[in-house]
Every structure is written in structure tokens, then in C-alpha cells.
Design a protein around this ligand. Sequence first.
Ligand SMILES: Cc1cc2nc3c(=O)[nH]c(=O)nc-3n(C[C@H](O)[C@H](O)[C@H](O)COP(=O)(O)O)c2cc1C
Length: 166
Amino acid sequence: MKAGIVYTSRTGNTERIARALASAFRLEAVPVEQAPDPETFDLLLLGSGVYNGLPDSPMLPYLKRCRRQKIGLFLTMGADPARSRALQRTAELLDQCDIVTTFSCQGRYTSRRIEEMKRRPSTSPHAWTPEKAARVAEAQKHPNEIDLARALETFRPLLDLPGNGS
Ligand SMILES: Cc1cc2nc3c(=O)[nH]c(=O)nc-3n(C[C@H](O)[C@H](O)[C@H](O)COP(=O)(O)O)c2cc1C
């Protein structure tokens, strides 16, 4: 079985997860711009940060090209993963694939993005509130070592197979 990791990461959060998976399971982690055709893989681990509720734009055309592969999906996001629909929305873009495992965790925002969020008018549905401030403060602590360990445990049953070298 040929497995690989294809990811996109603006600020390095998702890349940290991709690198931890690559190192633990001896896989190649390739930025999506350099990724070979999805058909090359039997099992693809796809990773991205969440932007406007979806994977980042460089990943979207690649998702469309995936057909029939087994997919493991990992996302990092500012939102609380338990309340986010991003995994579900991404899965809908991969409707011709078999999504076998998913993982998500929070990932820190850039300070520029936080400043933008703070400037939103109080009438906006996305206004800066004490709840939002607390959620963003939590995001700034991620991904942490616990997230990396959880990611490895999540994907281990898929990848810790005889002949996979790990
Ligand atoms: C411009 C911008 C837009 C973002 N939009 C969202 C969003 O819609 N939902 C969300 O949960 N997080 C959002 N985030 C937070 C990112 O998803 C989070 O920081 C993620 O870990 C970034 O991953 P990356 O560095 O691998 O790209 C946004 C961050 C930025 C900078």
C-alpha cells in the first residue's frame, strides 16, 4: 500500500502535524503545490488549516482530483473543533473517496488576524466578544504536544502496519 501526506499550511500549524505524522510513520509529507497525482496513492493523508470554514484554497483543486482513494483528513482551525463543521464540509468535497479517519485541533492565529477580528463592529455576527476572546486565547496554545500525540494515535491504526517501516 502506498501512503503519503499532502498538506497546505500558511503559518506552519498544519505543517507541524504533517511533519509529526511523516516522522512517526516514515512517510513523505509534500506541500500540495508539489504533490503528485492523487492516483499515485492508495492512502492519502490530507491536511490544511481552515479558512472561511473550508480547507485553504491551494488544497481545493487537489481535493477535486481525489477519486476512490482512502483518505485520512487532518485540519487545524481557530474554532473549537467540537463545534466546527469544517471536517464535514471538507468531507462533502471528497464525496468520491473513502474517508477512513479524521483529526482536527485548534491552531494559533496570526497577530494580524487577531487585530482584524478585534476591529469588527459590535453589530457584526463575528463581533469580538469575551467568549471569542477566550476561544482565541485557547487557540494560541495550539497545536501543542498533546495535539501532536493525539494525531499520531488517531492515524496509528491506519499506518502502523507490517511493511510500513514504523
Ligand atoms: C485569514 C484567516 C482566516 C481564518 N479563517 C478561519 C475560519 O474560518 N475558521 C477557523 O476555524 N479558523 C480560521 N482561521 C484560523 C486558522 O484556521 C488556524 O490558525 C490554522 O491553524 C492555520 O493553519 P495553517 O497555519 O496550517 O494554515 C483563520 C486564520 C486566518 C489568518
